[in-house]
Write a new protein. Sequence first.
Length: 429
Amino acid sequence: MSMQKIAVIGLGYVGLPLAVEFGKVRPVLGFDINAARIAELRGGKDSTLEVSPEDLSAAPYLDYSSDPAQLADCGIFIVTVPTPIDNANRPDLTPIIKASETVGRAMRAGAVVIYESTVYPGCTEEVCVPILEKHSGLRFNEGFFCGYSPERINPGDKVNTLTTIKKITSGSTPEVADLVDALYSSIITAGTWKASSLKVAEAAKVIENSQRDLNIAFVNELSVIFDRLGIDTIEVLEAAGSKWNFLPFRPGMVGGHCIGVDPYYLTHKAEEVGYHPQVILAGRRINDNMARYAARNVIRLMLKNGIDVARSTVGVMGITFKENCPDIRNSKVADLVKELQHWGARVVVADPWANAEEVMHEYGIPLGVIDAEHPVDSLVVAVGHNEFRSLTPESLKQLCRTEQPVLADVKALYNRHQALEAGFTLFRL
């Protein structure tokens, strides 16, 4: 059974690195409903930049397809589709439901279906299993089996990659738990952690990002308080960080497909079983509001400096959800841009990493140019790309045409004193 062909369903940030690693040692079919994505990968290119062309060509047993008929000869299915939230912050299970229908139609007796998508505890057995049963005609834990092994991909991170991060595994029977664990152990050099059940593994994943979300919410709230007290938050955090057990979290706009989303999966399930979460949702409210908070501070300082906001241009540097990565999913910079526009400012967004078509499609924001020939009245440096880190406050001042521009250094990339000396009115979280 161990050398059965694997199908990886969904070839995004999570699925592609997984398909490539398995494809180095055994037959794998990488499946995605996006035919353009399949064509791109067949051409040896990954637009997410998670996998290099060299690594793509180092997986001789990996094939790609968008044709569901190709899944028929696979015995192990690994589902890595996204699990987003809707506009009301409720789990949107559409991708995982559709993927389960596709797998259910394709799988034969003895199949093992492993989910990596982030879900709430119980989702695999309550939502996915009935769909698999319906479309396959097989019974759970008799005709087919399930596993859950949550993804821990960190987009843009070239150090903590798939094989170097310990992997949680689980199975719907003890035998399948062993099989799933052995499967991942064959490619994960950092080792595995076998959870006692699918539910425990699902819960472990969803609290990893909820914990991080709350820690960031705490320093974001401190940032709001310290701003009113006239104290620089980063200086406070650096001073406190001299203690060995102080956690080094920094304030920021929490976007992306994990930290800003996963807590809502947990709170959704909590409310379903009659508990109304307090702390988790309080953290979410704080973090979801930080982009608007930053934008309003920029407007406030511009008005204070006598800049006519309605006739001004604000340059926003960075739209991706994190540095050195083209991923724009759930970017809070888009909220910041909309808030600035709401106050009447013209906003120009520049980002060397983002795909202009994607940004336009997702947020309706065109990417532009900010340089000496296209100067602005104030600047927001929203993302810590290396291209922005390498700039100095003096060089940023050259991009501004007003005497006293505002610089919102959201990620605290620059020396505070140099920014003030360059002539900026500085705001940072």
